[in-house]
Write a protein that binds this ligand. Sequence first.
Ligand code: HEC
Ligand code: HEC
Length: 255
Amino acid sequence: MRTVLVIFLFVPVLLLAQDLDNVSPRQVDSSNVGAGKAQFQQTCGFCHGRDARGASGPDLIRSSLVSHDVNGNLIGPVVHKGRPEKGMPAFQLSDTQISNIAQYLHAQAKVAASVSQRIPSEYPVEKLLVGDAAAGQTYFNGHGNCFSCHSSTGDLAHIASKYKPFDLQTRIAFPSGLQPLLNVKDSSGQTFSGEQVYADEFLVTLRDKSNWVHTWKRNTVRVEVHDPLAAHEQLLKSYTDANLHDLFAYLETLR
Ligand code: HEC
Ligand code: HEC
């Protein structure tokens, strides 16, 4: 039983880890899903979440429109027309770009479905708790280096009440919802900083603290990127499954 649990618990994490290794927004692999993911994160992730699980805009993985879509036939019109009155702008993307995004969303939905079939969201927490909370605490404050950015009495206080166990488990490995921060210096030497709204090799857009959106041609400015989640991508490579189990057991005590 224990082995079976260990295997299926970490299927999502392994998939994510693989995903991250193969495709980051900076390094796109040749598959359409990879291209779709990069495009999605740049253009849509700000509102729908980097992983499409929703932020200010709705979760697209559980969307019935997306589940009925075939190769962009339903997603395309929403993207091209937008729903301006509801907060979704129109985007001029090519058919290939839409199709890639659609393939990415369908791939994400498939992963989510296969995971939730195995671990219903109401899965009893005791069964997820195969790790050792004390070891998790030691790792958190030691080798894991988590304490350098987090505190169990600060930002992560009550984290276990904030997320369902399965979501917490996923977030330890793959937190989402934060965009990279950009510092941009334009040709006149003026500097701007804020959250990335969009970036590709031609354009870069950020939203500053007063909520103004600025866009430049990429080749006319100098851009510095600080990805607040880069540390987590690095961490994924450094800790073992056992570390992750222990961390989860520890974070579950923060209620
Ligand atoms: C500025 C925020 C924003 C951006 C950027 C954005 N969306 Fe949306 N999107 C929304 C909001 C808000 C809705 C919900 C509209 C509504 O209530 O009908 C939505 C709805 C949708 C829907 C319909 C979901 C459903 O179940 O009805 C799809 C599909 C979608 N967006 C795809 C995309 C894609 C693909 C991109 C990137 C090319 C994108 N969106 C970019 C805000 C955004
Ligand atoms: C270099 C800084 C850094 C390190 C090191 C780091 N994190 Fe994070 N972590 C972040 C940032 C930034 C976020 C995103 C915060 C947010 O979403 O509000 C985050 C988010 C999280 C979240 C989700 C929080 C939420 O409210 O959604 C969890 C859980 C988490 N980290 C656990 C860990 C654990 C466990 C470790 C150690 C193994 C760790 N982090 C190490 C920077 C870091």
